[in-house]
Design a protein around this ligand. Structure first.
Ligand SMILES: Nc1ncnc2c1ncn2[C@@H]1O[C@H](COP(=O)(O)OP(=O)(O)OP(=O)(O)O)[C@@H](O)[C@H]1O
Ligand SMILES: [Mg+2]
Length: 355
């Protein structure tokens, strides 16, 4: 027998006055699956999560948890307590008058039991905060508070956890560490998780699947590699990295540009198109003696750590000057004004009819 999805949204819509915060949202979260809701500020991520948690009253559609309806249109809604969902918010919401141990135990009855005490110690140890068990929240750093909030949610072993921007208050290093811990703990616990973020790298790191949202409308749902390599539209392509942009017209199944000939897929001849090329798709090499190859000129180059960023401009053969960014792994620093041969990786090049 196939297990019921841990969480289902069926054609959910939500308005605040004239603002349409969520439009026709549908999603199934499988048991143990981590799904990230990704999109810019104000696109409706928090609203979606609050609707599932029962913190916002549903207006249209249906929400089911473990196969059971928990809210249907505006006529039926279970309270948050009845939904058995673990929640982690950006502000952690720890109780100031309780110690770390007591905060974690809050909400789980009989926490004085030895067994429960053992479980709490084990959980605090896994999260690297065992030595903080008797401290109060005001004496903890943001990262430590975040771990306590996570321990509190994991202790009752919920089947479904929702996290709203849980890593946003942390500095980059600590955030990477806590993200990593959280990913492994969620996977170990077997809980399904819905995680809200506006950071595409975070979504790719954490999510088994990602839902990209813009203005309350789902743009694409898929695995990280699908969304990155086969974006459904310009918005999705741009949300995951900086992109180079070139315009052109389709002619005989191709677009001739000053840096290469690009396959136009099934876009009709004569269509004006926008071509998006990720910086890592541009390959640079020494010019050869070949009679014809596409060339560009380096104008700046900087090493950024794992990769080098090379600023380029086209030769301007037909008068059109384009500024491009190429990202090359490791150290690659061509001279200023050096002429280079350019090749484009078609797998990181996306072509759409110009909107
Ligand atoms: N209580 C409310 N009353 C009126 N409008 C609201 C309310 N809550 C949210 N909105 C509006 O609904 C839209 C979606 O808000 P939501 O908080 O879901 O966005 P978000 O994607 O979580 O954004 P952020 O990344 O900034 O947290 C926004 O336009 C917001 O202004
Ligand atoms: Mg939000």
């Amino acid at each position: 027998m196939i297990a019921d999805p841990a969480l289902e949204f069926i054609d959910v819509c939500h308005h605040y006055g004239d603002t349409s915060a969520v439009q026709g949202f549908s999603l199934e979260l499988a048991e143990g699956e981590i799904v990230c809701l990704l999109g810019p500020s104000g696109c409706g991520k928090t609203t979606t999560l609050r609707l599932a948690a029962g913190l916002e009253v549903l207006q249209y559609g249906e929400i089911r948890i473990a196969g059971k309806p928990v809210a249907k249109s505006s006529d039926f809604s279970l309270s948050p307590e009845e939904r058995d969902v673990g929640l982690v918010f950006q502000d952690y919401a720890l109780f100031p008058h309780l110690t770390v141990k007591e905060n974690v135990a809050f909400g789980v009855r009989n926490y004085r039991d030895n067994e429960m005490a053992d479980e709490i110690s084990q959980l605090l140890k896994t999260l690297g905060i065992a030595d903080l068990a008797n401290r109060y929240p005001h004496s903890l750093s943001g990262g430590q508070q975040q771990r306590v909030a996570l321990a509190r949610v994991l202790l009752p072993k919920p089947k479904l956890i929702m996290l709203d921007e849980p890593f946003s208050g942390l500095d980059a290093r600590l955030r990477d560490q806590i993200r990593d811990d959280t990913l492994h703990l969620l996977k170990q616990s077997g809980a399904a998780a819905l995680l809200v973020t506006h950071d595409s790298e975070e979504a790719m790191f954490m999510g088994d699947r990602i839902v990209v949202i813009n203005n309350g409308v789902t743009q694409q749902i898929g695995r990280p590699e699908e969304i990155y390599c086969e974006p459904a539209n310009i918005f999705v392509a741009e949300f995951f990295s900086e992109v180079n942009r070139i315009y052109g017209f389709v002619e005989n199944g191709k677009v001739n540009t000053t840096i290469g000939i690009i396959d136009s897929g099934n876009i009709a001849g004569g269509t004006e198109v926008e071509i998006l090329i990720r910086p890592e798709a541009l390959r640079l090499t020494r010019p050869t003696k070949q009679s014809f190859e596409f060339r560009v000129q380096a104008i700046e180059a900087r090493m950024l750590g794992r990769s080098s960023l090379v600023h380029l401009c086209t030769d301007g053969v037909d008068g059109e000057q384009i500024h491009l960014h190429a990202r090359i792994p490791g150290r690659y620093l061509p001279e200023k004004n050096e002429r280079l041969r350019i090749d484009i990786d078609p797998n990181q090049t996306f072509i759409f009819p110009k909107p």
